[in-house]
Ligand binder design. Sequence first.
Ligand SMILES: Cc1cc2nc3c(=O)[nH]c(=O)nc-3n(C[C@H](O)[C@H](O)[C@H](O)COP(=O)(O)OP(=O)(O)OC[C@H]3O[C@@H](n4cnc5c(N)ncnc54)[C@H](O)[C@@H]3O)c2cc1C
Length: 159
Amino acid sequence: MADALAPHGLVISSGDTADVGVGGLTLSGGIGWLVRQHGLTLDHLRAAELVTAAGEVIVVDETHHAELFWALRGGGGAYGIGASFEFEAHPAPTFMFAALTFPADRAEQLVPAWSRFMRTAPKEISSTMVLANPFAGGLDAPVEVTFARCDAGAIDDAS
Ligand SMILES: Cc1cc2nc3c(=O)[nH]c(=O)nc-3n(C[C@H](O)[C@H](O)[C@H](O)COP(=O)(O)OP(=O)(O)OC[C@H]3O[C@@H](n4cnc5c(N)ncnc54)[C@H](O)[C@@H]3O)c2cc1C
């Protein structure tokens, strides 16, 4: 999805892995780096063409089958097969991404500070915290705490 939108200078909230399908991501939620600014992938959905269990092909949106459209956004594949989706996209901001990794014994000090920062951070900043063995290090490698931060157009001296 990101590959299709990028040449037009557009984005929507989507997941962090290109292999994940548009169908499951959209119908189940879709959490990505723009989530604090623009919500979930399902918040960008404006209409869908749906094949019902009866074999009918219908278009659902805010005015046609409105309750079904509401249920579709979060209901997964329970209400039919999404044959096509119409999304509202946003102009792509300038992205900056950073990740900082520390030994796990720093977590007690750093997690509360990170949590405090995120409570008042601009909506353009999304962040994750992972406490785990490093991907490449195997299970014997010491656990680390990694903070990843994505700035989607929020860069200023204060942040
Ligand atoms: C490596 C990896 C990274 C991920 N990262 C993220 C992430 O960053 N953010 C996030 O939110 N999620 C993430 N996920 C979870 C992912 O969004 C869900 O697993 C999603 O359901 C995948 O959708 P899919 O269409 O590829 O999967 P599928 O396994 O094909 O489908 C999942 C479910 O949705 C139904 N479904 C799929 N397409 C349709 C359709 N067109 N109409 C009706 N029902 C349909 C299927 O029947 C099934 O029940 C990740 C998953 C993986 C494996």
